[in-house]
Design a protein around this ligand. Structure first.
Ligand code: ZN
Length: 313
């Protein structure tokens, strides 16, 4: 009986333990499932959020890339259609301007890069010979520079613009920087002399290879403001890095001037161009001996331009 009871008890205990184990296992599996489900939900949610962020970033990048690459192309084609195309001009050296034996030479002496101390010496020499010239000035606001602007105008010479800053990289950086610089030099001349200047010489000329921006835009800007840009067809060579002698400068000009009906001569009145000052009396005398008439640039002047803008139509 006792042994029977004991066996029964043991069996009952064993069942109890097995039930407990079963309950433990089921509970464990249940909890495990719950944890996995919760983790899955959290992970799914994170994946959706990240997917959205990635999509937004990709959309942004695509938009940015298309703005960067497509827009300028769009701009250029639009602008070129509207503005026209630059073509090389032979207004200075072409057949039409070649001198015939009996043609009287028209010579326009032009001085770039002033005012400087040399400007006053040049004005003195021009006054001595009763000759009028053209000064393409840069922007300087000290009293002696302002006095030079005024003297140019008062003594009957033509005052033209040669940019305010004369810094190629700033001036030609964009249409905005060009027009801002243009307004500065135009207003400075207007405010100091009362002259509404409408002649412009591009630093480096209209055909310069320095500007990263298409020169067509700047030419279009000047054209639409009724400003005439004037290049040159005769160069004295006074801007070379190897300084030339007084006689070299005169010879350079005289050799070319005799070829053309109209000559626009490039000279400089910057502070380091002493030789130009020294060459000027001899140059004027040589030109007068050749029968040339020396004139200041005016609306009657045949504009000498290295490039011109033609309509695309
Ligand atoms: Zn210059």
């Amino acid at each position: 009986m006792d042994s029977n009871n004991m066996a029964l008890n043991e069996q009952r205990n064993k069942r109890k333990r097995i039930r407990k184990m079963k309950t433990g296992i089921v509970t464990f599996i249940g909890i495990w499932f719950m944890i996995i489900t919760v983790v899955n939900v959290i992970l799914c949610w994170r994946v959706i959020v990240l997917q959205n962020e990635v999509n937004a970033l990709l959309r942004g990048k695509v938009e940015k890339t298309s703005v960067e690459s497509a827009a300028p192309v769009q701009d250029i084609s639009d602008e070129t259609q509207e503005i026209g195309t630059l073509v090389t001009s032979d207004s200075g050296t072409g057949e039409e301007n070649l001198r015939n034996a009996d043609d009287i030479l028209k010579v326009y002496l032009t001085f770039d890069d002033g005012p400087s101390d040399n400007s006053n010496q040049i004005l003195d020499i021009l006054d001595d010979y009763g000759v009028k010239a053209t000064f393409f000035v840069t922007g300087k606001e000290n009293s002696s520079s302002i006095a030079v602007y005024q003297r140019i105008v008062n003594e009957g010479h033509t005052i033209g613009m040669h940019s305010y800053s004369h810094k190629y990289n700033e001036l030609y950086q964009s249409m905005d920087s060009f027009s801002a610089d243009y307004n500065r030099i135009h207003n400075l001349i207007l405010n100091t002399t009362g002259v509404d200047s409408h002649f412009y010489r591009f630093p480096g000329g209209s055909s310069n290879q320095v500007s990263d921006t298409d020169m067509a835009q700047f030419i279009h800007f000047l054209n639409s403001n009724n400003v005439t840009y004037v290049d040159w067809n005769v160069s004295s060579g006074d801007a070379t890095s190897e300084p030339l002698t007084r006689d070299d400068l005169v010879e350079n000009v005289m050799n070319d001037v005799v070829k053309y009906k109209t000559s626009v001569v490039l000279l400089h009145d910057a502070s380091d161009k002493k030789t130009t000052v020294q060459a000027l009396p001899k140059l004027i005398e040589s030109l007068q001996r050749e029968g040339a008439i020396i004139l200041p640039i005016s609306d009657d002047t045949k504009p000498i331009q290295h490039v011109t803008l033609v309509d695309n139509q």
